[in-house]
Design a protein around this ligand. Structure first.
Ligand code: SAM
Ligand code: SF4
Length: 356
């Protein structure tokens, strides 16, 4: 069975016997009372950029040139999302790797959006194809876009991403604005001496345009240990700067991601901070992840005991009740928090493997 090897680590029959289902009236919940209305679905591990904190040597170097076998097909994705929608998920994010390297990304987006109960479809991209794809993605049902723009200078962008493509990516942001997306977020992984001197430029961007600039704290991964030591920055000084400037924290909706959003009456846009090392960050976890080959991943930084394949149960719509049962059962294994503070990085090498 393609993609099923990931769950050899999890004794499903024993788990299924030993735990009682707790599908609440409100949908999926774990043993810590957290509700899951948000699914992040990786549609490929392949990427054409070489971000210093993610794939510093490029995708081909990581995999010896071959992509992970057996990407989920769009009919499997539809069966999967139908199952999660029946469990109360209302928002799906397509991510990767770079989701737009998939030739059938529009078909995938349409398949997900066609599922009853999925109200919001989001996509995270490095923006390299957005100039031409923004309109078609909107027409295919994508509501929200996150676009990574780690520097606003050509040289800075090139040195962080390995690609001299700032102009194309900014043209992609403008194309997304013209296409009328309900929400556009700009992801910026904040790094010492690489882009922290540009914070003022990003804030000016948020002041004049309806965008949310998301500053993300650099996370440690196996592939990018060096850059973590060298460039990691706490976002706390930036938070204090925002408060000093008159920004106020905004209340979060249930399906919103991990960012704490800040708004200001004189800013058309807003600013978000994602601080995974902050105390209590995992308390508000509302998302589950599925890999591009169909493995449910309970925590971004979990090991193989927190990942299991669902692929054998998404071959036909008739398998829905077994799928729901397995997801519910696995959810009992979701840990209370990641182990980053204890140096436990889990078994993924970098975030391109599951989507950040
Ligand atoms: N390729 C797409 C992109 O870059 O937007 C989607 C996948 S990427 C893994 C998703 C997000 O994770 C990006 O915003 C990226 O900047 C972020 N990311 C990747 N590695 C990270 C790390 N080590 N620490 C913090 N953020 C990271
Ligand atoms: Fe590719 Fe996104 Fe990773 Fe950059 S962060 S290398 S664009 S997957």
């Amino acid at each position: 069975m393609p993609g099923s090897k990931g769950w050899k680590h999890v004794d499903l029959p024993r788990l299924e016997r030993g735990y009682q289902l707790v599908t609440t009236g409100l949908g999926l919940a774990d043993t810590f009372g957290r509700k899951f209305k948000y699914l992040r679905l990786s549609v490929t591990e392949v990427c054409n950029f070489r971000c210093v904190y993610c794939l510093p040597d490029g995708f081909a170097a990581q995999t010896c040139g071959s992509a992970a076998p057996g990407l989920l097909r769009s009919n499997e994705i539809q069966n999967l999302v139908e199952g999660f929608a029946r469990l109360g998920v209302t928002k799906v994010r397509l991510t990767g790797g770079e989701p737009t390297v998939r030739a059938d990304i529009l078909e995938v987006a349409k398949a997900v959006k066609s599922v009853t109960g999925i109200n919001t479809l989001a996509l995270t991209t490095n923006g390299y194809r957005l100039k031409t794809l923004a309109g078609p993605l909107k027409d295919a049902g994508v509501d929200q876009l996150n676009i990574s723009v780690d520097s606003l200078t050509r040289q800075g962008f090139h040195s962080i991403t390995g690609m001299d493509r700032l102009d194309e990516v900014l043209a992609g942001v403008r194309a997304a604005q013209s296409a009328g997306f309900e929400s556009i977020k700009i992801n910026v992984v904040l790094m010492k001496d690489r882009n922290d001197q540009e914070i003022g430029d990003y804030l000016r961007w948020a002041k004049s345009e309806k965008l949310s600039i998301r500053f993300i704290e650099l996370m440690q991964t196996h592939s990018a240990a060096g850059i973590f030591e060298e460039a990691r920055l706490s976002l706390e000084p930036l938070r204090l700067r925002l408060v000093d400037l008159g920004f106020k924290p905004k209340t979060k909706a249930l399906t919103e991601g991990p960012a704490q959003e800040y708004v200001h009456p004189e800013y058309v846009g807003s600013v978000g901070l994602i601080s995974p090392y902050q105390q209590g960050f995992c308390d508000g976890c509302n998302r589950l992840r599925v890999s591009s080959t169909g493995a449910l991943r309970l925590c971004l930084f979990g090991d193989e005991t927190q990942s299991a394949s669902l692929r054998d149960l998404i071959q036909s719509p008739s398998q829905q009740s077994e799928l729901l049962h397995r997801v519910n059962t696995l959810l009992k294994l979701k840990p209370e928090a990641h182990g980053l503070h204890q140096g436990r990085l889990g078994n993924i090498q970098n975030l391109s493997q599951i989507g950040g």
